[in-house]
Design a binder for this molecule. Structure first.
Ligand SMILES: [Zn+2]
Length: 271
């Protein structure tokens, strides 16, 4: 599933190819995504210049002159830049064609993505308005996390995966961040000490920052003919390594389900 680093990598991958260009046409081959593709985009976008390519959480915001196109990659979506003569495949649901014939192609096998138009402030859109701060922003720090944890008895892993608390900490990154911080995923959020919140906030920034940095090495893939851009293998410490030796202490990595999600941790390195 595309997580925040993959979405940020997509943003960096597509932006140089389309920023400042004028939309010529929109071809919607399959409007039935998680929400129906906004019907008006085919009429409203042509003739408008793309002024910005930004990201909020896992949403990409393509700012045009009279509004914003909100894209979400869902479970399996990807974006790539193709030439106009490259025939669409089965899961290439939407093409955004620019005046110079550059095509931004939205592919989504499982159709959980979204392509929505808003003429209002996109940050106030119902899907975005309640999102927590960006993990790499100054707003997200140990004091913020501690304040939001309060006296909560819910486990810390669920807290950091709640997009109302902080965006972009998916299941893999939550396990990895908790390992780096030395905090057990099952701990009650309200039971962490100040120093543990400090280590955890720093670990989340480190893990996500590294993943974004790593994604940078795949940027050329956004225009390759294979069309499978930018989702990269992470060097994972615990996630997916159940039973294998911890890279720090050699104890077998343990796993359990927390809120239906597989969670991996080291029972010796994490407290
Ligand atoms: Zn260990």
């Amino acid at each position: 599933m595309p997580e925040l680093p993959e979405v940020e990598t997509s943003r960096r991958g597509i932006a140089p190819h389309i920023l400042g260009k004028t939309f010529k046409a929109v071809e919607v081959r399959e409007p039935r995504l998680r929400w129906p593709v906004s019907a008006e985009i085919g009429a409203v976008l042509p003739g408008q210049t793309l002024r910005s390519v930004e990201r909020r959480g896992k949403y990409l915001l393509l700012g045009a002159e009279t509004g914003t196109l909100i894209l979400h990659l869902g479970m399996s979506g990807n974006l790539r830049i193709t030439a106009p003569d490259q025939l669409p495949g089965k899961h290439d649901h939407v093409d955004f064609v620019f005046a110079d014939d550059t095509v931004l192609r939205f592919n989504d096998q499982r159709k959980f993505g979204a392509a929505l138009w808003t003429s209002a402030d996109p940050l106030q859109h119902p899907l975005l308005a309640e999102l927590g701060p960006e993990p790499l922003s100054a707003e997200f720090d140990a004091a913020y996390l501690q304040r939001r944890a309060g006296q909560r008895s819910a486990c810390i892993k669920s807290l950091i995966m709640d997009s109302h608390i902080v965006v972009g900490v998916g299941n893999i990154y939550a396990s990895e961040s908790l390992f780096l911080a030395g905090v057990l995923p099952t701990r009650a959020a309200g039971s962490l000490q100040t120093t543990e919140f400090e280590r955890l906030a720093a670990a989340i920034k480190t893990i996500l920052g590294k993943a974004i940095e790593q994604g940078g090495t795949t940027l050329r893939d956004f225009t390759n003919a294979e069309g499978k851009p930018g989702y990269f293998k992470q060097a994972l410490a615990v996630y997916g390594r159940g039973g294998e030796p911890c890279r720090t202490c050699a104890e077998p990595v343990r796993h359990l389900k927390i809120g239906q999600r597989a969670s991996y941790y080291c029972g010796r390195c994490q407290r």
